[in-house]
Design a binder for this molecule. Sequence first.
Ligand code: FAQ
Length: 347
Amino acid sequence: MRLYADRTKQKTTFLKEYIMYGNAYIDPDAKPESEVIDDPKKLEEFEARIAAGDKIEPKDWMPHDYRKQLVRMIEQHAHSEIIGALPEGTWITRAPGFRRKLALMAKVQDEIGHAQLLYSAAETLGKSREDMINDLISGKSKYSNVFNYPAFTWGDTAVIAWLIDAGAIVNQVANSKGSYGPYCRALERICAEESFHLKYGHDNVVYLATGTKVQREMVQAALTRWWPPIMHFFGPPDKMSVHTEKLMNWKVKMATNDDMRQQFLNMYVPKIWDLGLVLPDPNLHKNTKTGLWEYTEPDWDEFKRVINGDGPLNKERLAVRRMAEERGRWVREALMNPEARYVQPLA
Ligand code: FAQ
């Protein structure tokens, strides 16, 4: 994306390049990256605002790196929602029964809606939606590790809707109390919808876990498959995390990766065990002295491979998005054509 100091040129560029997706707020005063040096006085004032718990809004002054980090994180989150619709989306046609089909369709539609909210929030920081989509389909941007695994059975969709949504809620409830206004407001709405997803997923898991032997085995196998990616979902251990310290100082992230993992284990392991399901980690237990869960570290080399493009389904997931982008191009072009007029149909 190019930003111009000259407002007229900026406006022309905006119209040409960004109107396609709408919602863009490209800061006309923003300078190209190489020119940015944060004013120490402004930085001090900004940090005082953060310490006081203020919300930062798009037109407020913000350090260059704060903006950059937010774009990275919100964009990855938006991509995760849009790619996250795919594993469950493939089950819409195969959902067992009409009611479950309706519920699953609504859930998948919600996830796409979350992506829209998040792309809009990221646009307020100066990156156009088109650039974000291009970075997704070219493989430049990351998205959540979990969505690179297949949903083999209906049991997988139940585990995703219960436990991945549960993990997402732990993360999002914390971060909705953060410092950047548009992201926090998007997260509040997203959390309300995700809590329905979680109930829907829990209901599906309970149904299978208390059902026939075949249903029980199906949901157990799904849980066994999904457990390591779920443990990865909260990010690398704090001692390996690159961004946590800075993001916590700026109140963008409101809990560390390990804290979020612990919160999730605390809330959901007892519920999983109550259903008589078995987690594939014999070392998993709560240390009564520390109050913390102890577990076998998941394979962090696998995590790195998956988030860097080499998971079981990364290529397929991006190919689907590329196809969607191509097939929707004529619609976007038609919407952008200012000369287009309504043509009376012949019949
Ligand atoms: N997957 O230094 P950290 C959902 C990357 S929404 C992929 O610890 P940070 C809804 C990280 O980007 C799920 N990559 O990073 C749904 C960084 O790489 P970079 C998405 C990951 O930012 C449910 C590197 O590792 N939620 O599920 C992951 O401080 C059901 C170093 O890591 C969000 O995005 C990962 N799991 O903490 C939809 C929430 N973890 O960029 C459909 C917002 C880490 O330097 C169905 N994001 N990496 O190349 C966050 O809260 C944070 O970004 C974390 C990572 C906690 C994900």
